[in-house]
Design a protein around this ligand. Structure first.
Ligand code: NAD
Length: 257
């Protein structure tokens, strides 16, 4: 039987890459979400390419009522939500003394608090059906810090804590919750960082990639969308019922050091 997955921030980058891996299996209805203005078109193209049913919502992670409505609309359309991937996220880089208050609040709200609201909204259905899979896209920065990323590192450490707690609370109901902690993935979020850092440090984009970003990874390669998608597919499966409360680094060995 077809399962339904809701992936936040899935009209770009990692979320879209993961959605493609789920679409390839043809076993999932996909609820797309994101702020890209062509979000509906992106979702429709995947539906056409893979012959699956989709829905698109532009719910803003900053607005709890829009998140609850997205879940309600998804349940009305597909009857249930089996898998939730909390992926939408933003970044801002600044020394602490200049870090804008509004950026701190937005990063915590989008990267962390939205996962609380959405997990809470899908939980009763998952509990009733005795099946649920919640996957949080944290970051290598959910396990270690880098300077100038105070809000991002705090939000990602926070979501790892939420993951552990939901893993424990979900255990009696076959609801698992796990975090995937990627190293660098070449998405629009990272392209922007490369450009910003090149400007800030007067370096070439190649030097930013090799001397700043991949410096901490033992494997000097960006993490691929397919690798993340395959891990998400495993965590979403029926067989993964004993994998819960984990934070799984896919970071080229960054966290091994
Ligand atoms: P991206 O910028 O390509 O995509 C982010 C998505 O989130 C977009 O669809 C965007 O519309 C959506 N989004 C942002 N703010 C939103 C809001 N207020 N409401 C609704 N949607 C919103 O970024 P990405 O690199 O694909 O990042 C996805 C996730 O992966 C983030 O949580 C990020 O922290 C995490 N991550 C990224 C990397 C990396 O190297 N790219 C590494 C580790 C973790």
């Amino acid at each position: 039987m077809q399962k339904t997955i809701l992936i936040t921030g899935s009209t770009s980058g990692i979320g879209l890459g993961i959605a493609r891996e789920f679409a390839k299996t043809k076993s999932y209805n996909i609820i797309f979400n994101g702020l890209e203005t062509n979000g509906q078109e992106i979702a429709d193209n995947i539906a056409k390419e893979f012959g699956i049913a989709v829905m698109y919502s532009n719910a803003n992670m900053l607005k709890p009522e829009e998140l609850r409505k997205m879940v309600g609309d998804g349940i009305s359309k597909f009857g249930k939500i089996d898998v939730l991937i909390n992926n939408a996220g933003i970044q801002f880089v600044s020394p602490i003394e200049d870090f804008p208050d509004d950026k701190w609040n937005a990063i915590i709200a989008i990267n962390l608090t939205s996962a609380f609201y959405l997990s809470k909204a899908v939980w009763p259905g998952m509990k009733e059906r005795k099946f649920g899979r919640i996957i949080n896209i944290a970051s290598a920065h959910g396990l270690v810090a880098s300077e100038f990323k105070s809000a991002y590192v705090a939000s990602k450490h926070g979501i790892v804590g939420l993951t552990k707690t939901l893993g424990l609370e979900g255990a009696p109901f076959n609801i698992t919750c796990n975090a995937i902690c990627p190293g660098y993935v070449k998405t629009p979020l990272v392209e922007k960082q490369i450009a910003d850092q090149a400007k800030a440090h007067n370096m070439s984009p190649d030097d930013v990639v090799n001397k700043v970003m991949l410096y901490k990874q033992a494997v000097k390669e960006f993490v691929s969308l397919e690798t993340l998608g395959q891990m998400a597919l495993l965590l979403a499966s029926e067989q993964s019922n004993t994998i819960t409360g984990t934070a799984i680094p896919i970071d080229g060995g960054w966290n091994a050091q």
